[in-house]
Design a protein around this ligand. Structure first.
Ligand SMILES: Nc1ncnc2c1ncn2[C@@H]1O[C@H](COP(=O)(O)OP(=O)(O)O)[C@@H](O)[C@H]1O
Ligand SMILES: [Mg+2]
Length: 272
């Protein structure tokens, strides 16, 4: 009997930017939903104590029996903490406010930056396998974000299309460099995605041009527009794509998912 071949490990993307309110969680939820919709099984890890990704995916506090805290601190396995969402092909590991204690709880632990990475090994036994794992990071360059970057293959950076978009980015890039040098040599920048683009505001265009001049091809062609349906959806515990598939924001996230998959295919081909 031939050995059953194990599926390739999922591609792990940390959605990070230490600025709050730039669209990390919105991108995690809707990009993941779009990926699942086009047939790429996806797992979201909510690594923000605010738990916005969990709420936005319709998993209320009371339903969060096991959380990413249990995985990172208590040694729970990752598969045991996975809950399904209403979206076929999209699962979640939720977060709750307890997670804000991680920094203190893990302070004396030897492999404290590798907690998430070690836990991800547990996904090897999950069937059907995930194609993508998206990690929704907190708005800070703390131990949680370092865990996400250490576990990730690459970082996806949402940038709000506003005047101060590039502010603070050198700090983010320095953190990526530090993690690459000391904890995770394979870490790259997967892409930069412009969010909350406002076509009625001429400044948006100027910002988009500046960001492209600075980051070149790393910036996704797809731009996420500012769209009220996208901001309403989380209060219904639904991704925008489920709340209103036809709205401009949902369509943009679908386009982003297709562009991301194409980018990943090209990368794999180049590496082969
Ligand atoms: N494309 C968009 N159109 C309108 N509102 C958006 C859009 N993306 C995000 N928002 C809103 O902006 C706020 C911050 O977004 P969020 O994804 O929570 O950012 P972060 O996770 O980076 O803190 C939220 O209220 C969210 O609903
Ligand atoms: Mg968030």
């Amino acid at each position: 009997m031939p050995e059953p071949t194990s599926p390739p490990p999922p591609r792990v993307l940390a959605i990070a930017n230490q600025k709050g309110g730039v669209g990390k969680t919105t991108t995690a939820i809707n990009l993941a939903t779009a990926l699942a919709a086009i047939g790429e099984r996806t797992l979201i890890l909510d690594v923000d104590p605010q738990g916005n990704a969990s709420t936005g995916l319709g998993v209320p506090r009371t339903a969060r029996k096991r959380t990413i805290y249990d995985v990172l601190v208590e040694g729970e396995t990752l598969p045991a903490a996975i809950v399904p969402t209403a979206v076929p092909g999209l699962d979640l590991v939720p977060a709750d406010p307890e997670l804000s204690g991680v920094e203190v709880e893990l302070a004396q632990q030897p492999r404290r930056s590798y907690r998430l990475r070690d836990a991800l090994a547990g996904l090897a036994e999950v069937r059907p396998p995930y194609a993508y794992v998206l990690v929704d990071c907190p708005p800070s360059l703390n131990l949680l974000t370092v865990n996400a970057m250490t576990a990730a293959d690459a970082v996806l950076v949402p940038l709000q299309t506003e005047f101060f978009a590039l502010e603070g980015l050198s700090q983010l890039m320095r953190t990526v460099d530090l993690v690459r040098q000391s904890l995770n040599p394979r870490l790259t920048i997967q892409g930069v995605v412009l969010t909350m683009y406002d076509r009625r505001n001429s400044l948006s265009d100027q910002v988009a041009r500046d960001v492209r001049a600075h980051f070149g091809d790393t910036v996704y062609e797809t731009v996420i527009p500012r769209n009220v349906r996208v901001s309403e959806a989380p209060s219904f515990g639904k991704p925008a794509l489920i709340y209103d598939l036809k709205c401009a924001g949902s369509q943009a996230y679908l386009k982003l998912a297709r562009e991301l998959v194409a980018r990943e295919r090209a990368r794999k081909k180049a590496a082969a």
